[in-house]
Design a protein around this ligand. Structure first.
Ligand SMILES: Nc1nc2c(ncn2[C@@H]2O[C@H](COP(=O)(O)OP(=O)(O)OP(=O)(O)O)[C@@H](O)[C@H]2O)c(=O)[nH]1
Ligand SMILES: [Zn+2]
Length: 204
């Protein structure tokens, strides 16, 4: 993905244009100095460049369109209409409160009606939304909504199980706390047995 290239204005603020790379480099220098170190010492000279490049990767999801990933579907699946479930999809995201990483796994299922989507596209959708500033709740909801609106399924189930570094490396310093969020739509919402099957298959 060419990070941000397709997005001249910023998400949620159509009037604010994206700062230049030079401005981003200067901001990292300021943070280094604010942390108490000297941005001009040799070991830190290339750090602003590395940090800005890293931000380009961590937040490349702003430049990508989940609907586009889900636009290619296949109809010739012999009427298959049972659950399609992907489990253990890596989640690498950043919380919007501290910009600290949260890491975990996503479990995503849907009940196809007339068409299925390439399974890698579901992992791509998780990746696109993850590579934005997020809360785990919003991330869960956005993945479910993208599948719901693009695949017209009979139901969608999304579970994310993640550990937030803003809780483990700072603040309350509670290690190994996992946060679980779920979102069920359609048949998953009305049929507890289906949710039970999803959870059983997801956790193996
Ligand atoms: N609901 C939710 N909360 C989150 C997520 N990521 C981080 N947080 C929480 O966001 C909250 C921000 O609380 P504040 O009191 O504004 O910030 P803070 O003083 O840094 O809070 P502490 O983390 O408790 O030190 C904290 O409770 C975090 O644990 C998330 O994905 N979802
Ligand atoms: Zn946080």
């Amino acid at each position: 993905m060419d990070a941000h290239a397709a997005r001249p204005t910023l998400v949620g603020n159509d009037h604010m244009t994206r700062p230049s790379r030079e401005e981003a480099l200067a901001a990292v220098r300021t943070l280094i100095a604010w942390s108490g170190d000297n941005p001009d010492r040799e070991g830190l000279l290339d750090t602003p460049k590395r940090v800005v490049d890293a931000y380009g990767e961590w937040f490349e999801g702003y430049a990508a369109d989940p609907a586009k990933e889900l636009s290619r579907t296949f109809e010739d699946v012999q009427g298959y209409d049972d659950m399609v479930l992907l489990r253990d999809i890596e989640v690498e995201s950043h919380c919007e409160h501290h910009m600290a990483p949260f890491l975990g796994k996503a479990y995503v299922a849907y009940l196809p009606t007339e068409k299925v989507v390439g399974i890698s596209k579901i992992a791509r959708v998780v990746e696109i939304f993850s590579k934005r500033l997020q809360t785990q709740e919003t991330l869960t909801q956005e993945i479910a909504a993208a599948l719901e609106s693009n695949l017209n399924p009979a139901g969608v189930a999304v579970l994310i199980d993640a550990e937030h570094q803003c809780m483990t490396t700072r603040g309350v310093h509670h290690r190994h706390v996992s946060t679980i969020t779920t979102r069920f739509t359609g048949a998953f919402k009305s049929d507890p047995a289906l949710v039970e099957r999803f959870l059983k298959l997801a956790k193996g």
